[in-house]
Design a protein around this ligand. Sequence first.
Ligand code: MG
Ligand code: ZN
Length: 190
Amino acid sequence: MNRAFFLDRDGTINVDYGYVKSVDQFAFLPHAIEGLKKLSDLGFLLIIVSNQSGIGRGLYSLENYQTVMKNMQERLKEKSIVIQDVFFCPHSPESKCPCRKPSPKMILDAIQKWDVDIASSFLAGDKETDIQAGKKAGLTTFLISATDTNYGQNHTTPDLLAAAQLIEKQYSQACLKRSGNKMTNHTAAE
Ligand SMILES: [Mg+2]
Ligand SMILES: [Zn+2]
């Protein structure tokens, strides 16, 4: 089984401008890249789960979204950071789709697809709906926030690097035996 770190995108990895419609509106948050690098080095599969209702609302197109994601992944690849998979909900809230967070559907689909060990996996997000989705899926949750807002998350850290450092410090036993970013056979290596 694999350990995964599930990530919201806007407000967690990059600055949330309400909607991020194009590459020039995409700016990494402080310490986000270092955090992703550390999480990857700790052996987590990095999986993004993102509500992108701007597509369903007609504010930007699926193609705009894909261009932003491609650019983001290229910039991370330059730092040897691989985003394993990206799940997104393109629907508007009014369409009452099954995937939009706080539904855990995208996370559960990813857990199944990547054979994720829920007990040793985490989620980080900046909104209550992220925390709710993560909790419903059984993950340990991080709220990325400068304040101590309580949505029932397990931890609150100002950025992804602080989250990665906390995991390294507090979950360093069985959890962190695995290293590298291999997709399969983690269990066999133990
Ligand atoms: Mg967000
Ligand atoms: Zn949806």
